[in-house]
Unconditional design. Structure first.
Length: 230
């Protein structure tokens, strides 16, 4: 059974994250196939793996280079495994029907892209429902404000917050809807409906009676038994 991991890119692009992932995979003894969406994408990643660090060397190849059996890392847009890889890395939202032929499958996607996250979750659901076992999706995010109203968040480097706001998932998806020709009035109606629902839920919570004190520590602490206490 293949071990599947979902790698949620947030703070760095694929061209920087992929080499690090491949370095770790090779250090663990894996031969790797990287599948991308097109020949152009393959060659873009091929070049990126040669230039990501001045002193680094990560042996790899693609159809342009030939000799696939000799390549520890093979980049392709085909459903193939010509270098006898034990690990497959999927990018560009691809799915692999043959992932069970590998001992490890890494699905690398943009964690700020709602569609990419949806595709990763859908693949994990399908795998579990087909009896393929659980998957781990690591979803990290970024806190735009301080911990509370009393926290001005001065500890952040200058410009960091603005950089992250440009990658805000809501902003990205709004722009995608506009690219698909969705009118501004439709988007505004969606936003108004979401705001109304949030406001209604907020008022409902504010009007509810305080919860009983015995709920204060419910699901906060756990007793791991002998192993925890020793």
């Amino acid at each position: 059974m293949a071990e599947i991991g979902f790698y949620h890119l947030l703070s760095m692009p694929l061209e920087r994250a992929l080499p690090k992932l491949l370095e770790r995979a090779c250090a663990q003894g894996h031969r790797v196939v990287v599948r991308a969406a097109s020949p152009e994408r393959v060659e873009h990643l091929n070049a990126a793996l040669w230039t990501y660090e001045e002193a680094a060397f990560l042996a790899h190849g693609s159809a342009r280079d030939g000799n696939p059996a000799m390549q520890p890392i093979w980049l392709t847009h085909h459903a193939e495994n010509p270098n006898g890889a034990s690990m497959i890395v999927l990018v560009d939202g691809l799915e692999a029907e043959d992932f069970q032929a590998f001992t490890r499958c890494a699905d690398v996607f943009d964690g700020n892209d709602a569609d990419a996250v949806y595709r990763a979750a859908t693949a994990a659901y399908a795998k579990a429902r087909a009896g393929g076992g659980p998957s781990l999706i690591e979803c990290m995010t970024y806190r735009h404000s301080g911990h509370s109203r009393a926290d001005p968040a001065k500890y952040r480097p200058e410009g960091e917050l603005d950089k992250w706001k440009e990658r805000d998932p809501i902003k990205i998806y709004r722009e995608r809807l506009q690219q698909f020709g969705i009118g501004e009035e439709v988007i505004a109606a969606i936003e108004a409906d979401v705001k109304r629902r949030v406001d209604e839920a907020t008022e409902k919570c504010k009007a509810a009676p305080p919860p009983p004190l015995e709920l204060l520590t419910t699901d906060v602490y756990a007793d791991g038994g002998f192993a925890w206490r020793n």
